[in-house]
Write a protein that binds this ligand. Structure first.
Ligand code: TYD
Ligand code: MG
Length: 455
């Protein structure tokens, strides 16, 4: 006889236990164990070893699959992040902070996908249909052929999907959905998990794509267990800084395309607008003569993007000087400071260090190491870097500069934006781009000598 008791699961890793504890045994996180409802634990009657399933249809690896027929929304920034358009019967999770613009983006996408010939359902669990309609009218999408629904009951939503047979269903948001088979409240781990599971499997069986909106907790995770991320084919994060108008849609997982692709949008009075040339946007506030600034020629997914690193170095009155970073990894900043001290003899002890990526962009590429080092050195030496110069290269702990991928694309983007010089590592695939004078350095010490004339 199956014993039905209360079970608990970890909201960080999804581990299920039978008793509550302050710390998750599986992932070690504190205060993440929450009560599930109605999950039965213990062995069930008729164990799986007794077998009463259906035989799986098997194919061999050589069988040919037709290329995926993708639907293009016509919003290039979105299509690219999806890996070249929407794949039929795929499941996508779009995560982001509340108020960042997820509903706006998906309403615009819904309208464009319906123009492209898909039957689109937009189910809102947060706003009434009238509110969504008002927003659509404000966005100039009033005449789009999108079917709106406002409900949170999963059973009603699945029934609607069964009768309407849509090609695409947008669920805004997964945290508001609830299944009457699960006892806990909407937004709880077990509700989010079972709602996501029911929706994705049902949609896939019916050949529909589903886009789930997920709110992100203040720790930066999609609220609810990680298992939602595993259930879907594609995970996109919509991010941006509060004070800035632009937003970045970033693919962190994609079974149908590159996972580090970004799409850039700008929030305007009439919705999100595509930013076709993000480098120009990130560099607009640039002042060449300022010390502590270095332009990094980066690559985001398949696209080159130029961003400016800004550093400020000031005498510290604290026993442990401040290290503040926005838009870059703080551990990596410490590493670069250590490399500068150990390999180039430039110490930052007794100095507060602030590092910022201009425009609110977030950079994850190790190739930005040299740009960070250049900005720090420029601030420390109070000497501006030469005008119209871009910098890139990964720093190793030995102080050596490592070659990075896609040198040619980086240089071409720099050239397009009016830069004439570049500093990068030796080795790697050599690239010549006319109009760019490229200086190659083997290590950080020679970079310091060449650029600032000191060691
Ligand atoms: P929204 O899409 O509701 O965010 P989310 O679904 O991620 O919670 O966006 C809300 C914000 O966007 C709100 O602060 C107002 C702003 N906004 C504009 O600036 N212009 C617009 O045209 C729209 C629709 C929203
Ligand atoms: Mg919303």
């Amino acid at each position: 006889m199956a014993k039905s008791t209360t079970s608990y699961s970890c909201s960080a890793c999804g581990n299920v236990t039978t008793k509550w504890s302050g710390r998750c045994e599986a992932c070690g996180e504190w205060n993440t164990i929450v009560e599930d409802g109605g999950l039965s634990v213990g062995p069930k009657k008729g164990s799986i070893g007794g077998m009463k399933g259906n035989a799986i249809k098997l194919t061999d690896l050589a069988s040919q699959e037709a290329p995926l027929p993708r639907t293009h929304s016509g919003i290039d920034e979105l299509d690219r992040v999806l890996g070249g358009g929407l794949v039929p019967a795929s499941a996508i999770l779009v995560g982001g902070d509340p108020g960042i613009g997820k509903s706006t983006l998906l309403l615009q996408a819904a309208a464009r996908f319906s123009e492209a010939g898909l039957k689109v359902l937009y189910i809102s669990g947060e706003e009434a249909s009238a509110q969504v309609r008002m927003r659509a009218q404000r966005l100039g999408l009033g005449s789009a052929n999108v079917q709106l629904g406002a409900d949170t009951n999963l059973r009603n939503i699945l029934t609607t999907m069964e009768t309407e047979k849509p090609d695409l269903v947008i669920i805004d948001s997964i945290q508001t959905m609830w299944a009457d088979t699960v006892e806990s409240a909407p937004g709880s781990v077990s509700q989010v998990r079972s709602a996501a599971h029911e929706l994705t499997t049902f949609a896939k069986r019916k050949g529909a794509s589903v886009i789930l909106v997920g709110h992100v907790t203040k720790e930066g995770q999609i609220a609810g267990p990680r298992v939602v991320e595993h259930m879907v084919d594609t995970v996109l994060y919509f991010e941006g800084e509060r004070g800035h108008q632009f937003r970045i849609l970033r693919a962190v997982k994609n079974r149908f395309g590159a996972s580090d692709e970004i799409g850039v949008f700008e929030m305007s009075g009439h919705g999100l607008e595509e930013v076709k040339n993000p480098s120009a946007l990130f560099l607009t506030d640039r002042e060449n003569t300022v010390t502590g600034a270095a332009v990094f020629a980066g690559i985001e997914g398949t696209r080159p993007v130029l961003v400016e690193f800004q550093a400020l170095v000031a005498p510290s009155h604290l026993s442990q000087p401040r290290r503040t970073v926005v838009g870059w990894d703080s551990g990596r900043l410490s590493m670069i400071l250590a490399v500068l001290e150990a390999r180039a003899g430039i110490a930052f002890s007794g100095l507060d260090v602030y590092l910022n990526v201009a425009g609110g962009m977030r950079v994850n590429e190790p190739a930005a190491d040299l740009a960070v080092a250049a900005a720090l050195l420029s601030a420390r030496e109070n000497t501006p870097l030469s005008e119209n110069c871009v910098v890139f290269g990964e720093l190793s702990l030995s102080g050596a500069l490592r070659a990075v991928a896609q040198t040619e694309n980086r240089l071409k983007e720099a050239q397009k934006l009016g830069f004439t010089r570049a500093i990068g590592p030796v080795g790697g695939k050599q690239a010549q781009v006319s109009g760019i004078d490229m200086a190659q350095m083997s290590d950080i010490a020679s970079f310091v000598v060449e650029t600032f004339g000191t060691t």
